[in-house]
Design a protein around this ligand. Sequence first.
Ligand SMILES: [Zn+2]
Length: 505
Amino acid sequence: MNCIAHRLPSAARASWVLAADGSFAAIGDGEPPEADRTVDLGGAHVYPSFVDAHVHLPATGLYAAGMDFRGQRSRAAIIEAFKDRAKDSAALLFGGNFEDLDQPILGADLDGAVGERPALLARADMHSAVVSGALLAELDLEGIEGVDRDESGASTGFLREQAAAAAWTWFDRNLPKQQAADAIRGAVKLAYSKGITSVHEMHVVEWRGWAAWDTLAEAIDDMALVVVPYIATTEVERIRAMGFHRIGGDYFLDGSFGSHTAWLSEPYQSSPPSGSSPTGISYREDEGLYDFFLEAQRADLQVGVHAIGDAAIEQAIATWERVAGTVGRDEVRRKGHRIEHFECSSDDHLERARALGLRASVQPAFDLYWGGPHGLYAERMGWERAREMNRFGSMIENALVVGAGSDSTVTPLDPFVQMQAMRAHHLEGERLGRTLAIKMHTMGARALAFGPGLDGTLEAGAVADLVALDRDLAETEVEDLTATEVLGTWAAGTQVWPPGAAESE
Ligand SMILES: [Zn+2]
């Protein structure tokens, strides 16, 4: 048995925790008990390590390796970055995280920077992408929705939803395996550096195919990070055969606000691009969704779906109500199915979700970046409707199981940014207190996958997941949260951060 005693700072409610074989064996006051090793954490502040409940690791790693254009408003700067990268690197050219630019960027602009090479530039929401002419020429977009066209009818290289998915699929198929594996391992290190020891990985088969899942599984095989797989597919048998207990996750019922594709019951206030529906995109027919939910429920799988607009959320809840009518409400409740994003949920939705035991997987930084009376959401549909979004306080009040995630790369893989967003919600009544904001990433995010339990606490019997920080989060002002430094991260008793002290990758 490998026993480690962690000596805790004097301000803590106990003075030591003892980890043995990956779990906390005891917690107490006074001198730590005999152990193989004693780690002195005096001066640090100790918490259960964090879980991010909605992550895309491969893209996170690709962005971390270079062209991340978060906050960049200049079209010229992006083109310049692609030009430099094309000169210096033989790797497949990829950049992302752009939003509204000073001037729109199109395929021809990328061609000017990269010439005949395939290049992909993803919008921050990942639901649109700009591709170079060489990449466009590789795609068969015949009859596919979401291809923006100029007056002559030619594609501009700006692709949305299904069309963007075709570009992603090509990209993943052609991304050299080593480049993909390096990116994934880079993303795992980034997670450790932020005190994260587990992620719920949202693998979108429609975007990335099955081979990319194998690449991911192989890359993380010997790493300590606990990756809980949510694979967006309706192939229930295949998921069972893979030995997984969960299905879906980013199984799209709709798109996103940024791309005008979140599915709304009333039209957008801003005008969607010509050719787009005034109420966004609905991905699934009611009957097909019901069949999928029922089959997964009967196969004892937990199901997650991506639902952002009120019409998509209504479809998810109404369909679970139908399944409850068939198999019984208690059966549905027992699985604790998830709704990812759950942004435009009315009071009625919250009540019905609670009755079904549905769990809310939220991304607090969506409110930070795009909420408020002058944010993107208000621009898209007016503040009156936008103020009903991302109501974390109301979700907790309605006794939903709620956990937090980043949707990285959509927002940063950084629990401190998310905590800031929860505590500084645009609506005062929806803000979470300091302790609750921490819990959303410790017990909350774990509960989304496993149901409420001891894990994510510093209690005997819980998995020995631990993070040592340079400050007391409960005493830290909201504007200082993102300056928090992670001094050490332990996953199931094994130190993974910082690199010099890590016992495992
Ligand atoms: Zn999603």
